[in-house]
Design a protein around this ligand. Structure first.
Ligand code: UD1
Length: 421
């Protein structure tokens, strides 16, 4: 297992380009199962979650060939419709294969993902709405087994705008008979990206960017070449790293409109934020001020930047309140930030952060992907040395985070974590 050894208080300066979005490519990779035609994908990031999804697809019979930054995919000969526990347990997003497999092959068997560090994360909205489309669903031996003669397009209304459910149902609609309408759909940019990918395959999808998505079922799809959007969460993490270290960083390779709410909050804190055509510059121009932030579905403040923003709050003068509205248990980073000197108290689904507090290096432990990023940010602003342990969580979703931060001036070393027992 790797760890990061970070020597803090070095001001970060310079330019960094984000990778293509993990959360856009995960559903797009699942959507490959809908096609018997050649598909070329550009710049798929080399991340642990993405490698897990490739492995899952390979187990089902998908063939891939990588040439430079292009991955050519052949899903014409699918030999299995079963996603086993061994892979699903390591990545919840495996559930994305349910919709496309059922739509194309009328059968799918996927291990139930179970809970994870940030909450119970049920999949009831996925299943309930697939049933409305005519699927028969049986839960047995830890697996969801879905079958149908043919999925039938119908009007679905989500009780909550779940990102994953919207994506799964959108894919299910591809070979359904007639029109599938998803009302109260999630608005996250990664959903627009999946819809655009489906359109590039010749599937009519409308209502992109609105709460009502419509997909018209087809009987065949065409070959396509596609590149997913830039990673807005990775981008937000670097913007916050710049402010934590009192520096100036230009982050490129993504659409700044995807981070409007985050930019607004960072400006409210006193940072200078400049939006460019394909990125954002964050500049520290003086004392950061406390702010209140609530996580909300897009276009609200993303839950995936909550932990990192809390790290910034520790360096802002005054009392900030961070309220988490999406996941019930997403404050695992709090005790670790406290180990570095942060003053944070939890009250229900809010964290009250008193700043600015000097942070001092200590060993800390990663608990989930975004919590890990928050610890790296805090370490960059700490005096002394911080050992960030269990960075495999970080490697699930950030491509070369340590190298990219080092290129901005961060002092980071990757080493093997020794097991004590
Ligand atoms: C996706 C993102 C994740 C992000 C989250 C919220 C991917 C691979 N992951 O996760 O990084 O943090 O969106 O922006 O894109 N829920 C139910 N029943 C369901 C589905 C969801 O109760 O059937 C609940 C969840 O437990 C959670 C909330 O809805 O409390 C949001 O979940 P959802 O939007 O589905 O997130 P994911 O798709 O899992």
């Amino acid at each position: 297992m790797d760890k990061l050894i970070i020597n803090g208080t070095k001001v970060l300066n310079g330019e960094v380009k984000v990778s293509r979005a993990k959360n856009a490519y995960l559903p797009i990779l699942a959507a490959l199962l809908l096609s018997d035609q050649k598909i070329e994908l550009e710049d798929v990031p080399n991340l642990r979650d993405i490698r897990t999804m490739w492995q899952l697809l390979k187990n089902l019979g998908v063939k891939t060939e990588v040439n430079g930054n292009i991955t050519t995919v052949d899903a014409s000969n699918i030999t299995s419709q079963e996603a086993t526990y061994e892979l699903v347990k390591t990545m919840r997003a495996s559930i994305f294969v349910l919709g496309p497999l059922l739509s194309r092959f009328k059968r799918a068997k996927v291990s139930l993902p179970g809970g994870c560090a940030i909450g119970t994360r049920p999949i009831d909205l996925h299943l309930k709405n697939l049933e409305k489309m005519g699927a028969k669903i049986v839960m047995q031996n830890g697996y969801v087994e879905a079958t149908c003669d043919q999925l039938i397009g119908t009007k679905l209304v989500l009780d909550f705008p779940s990102v994953g459910a919207t994506e799964n149902l959108l894919m299910a609609g591809v070979f359904a008979k007639g029109e599938t309408i998803i009302d109260n759909a999630a608005l996250e940019p990664e959903i627009d990206d999946l819809a655009n990918f489906l359109i590039s395959m010749g599937v009519p999808v409308s209502g992109i960017g609105t709460k009502t998505l419509k997909v018209t079922g087809v009987t065949s799809v065409k070959a396509t070449k596609y590149r997913a959007i830039g990673d807005r969460i990775e981008a937000g993490t670097y913007l916050m790293a710049a402010l934590m270290t009192k520096g100036e960083v230009k982050v490129t390779g993504f659409n700044p409109n995807h981070l409007s709410n985050v930019s607004e909050k960072l400006r409210e804190m006193g940072a200078e934020i400049t939006e460019l055509e394909n990125g954002i510059i964050a500049k520290y121009i003086g004392e950061l001020k406390a702010v209140d932030v609530s996580t909300e579905p897009f276009p609200g403040f993303p839950t995936d930047l909550q932990a990192q923003m809390m790290a910034v709050m520790t360096q802002a003068t005054g009392t900030s309140v961070m309220t988490e509205n999406i996941f019930e248990n997403r404050f695992m980073h709090v005790p670790e930030l406290v180990r570095l000197g942060a003053k944070i108290k939890l009250k229900g689904n809010s964290a009250i952060v008193k700043g600015a507090t000097p942070l001092t290096g200590a060993p800390v432990m990663c608990t989930d992907l975004r919590a890990s990023a928050a610890l790296v940010l805090a370490a960059l602003a700490s005096t002394g040395t911080t050992d960030v342990l269990r960075v495999y969580h970080l490697d699930r979703g950030y491509e070369q985070l340590d190298q990219k931060l080092m290129a901005l001036g961060g002092r980071i070393e990757r080493a093997v974590e020794k097991e004590m027992i």
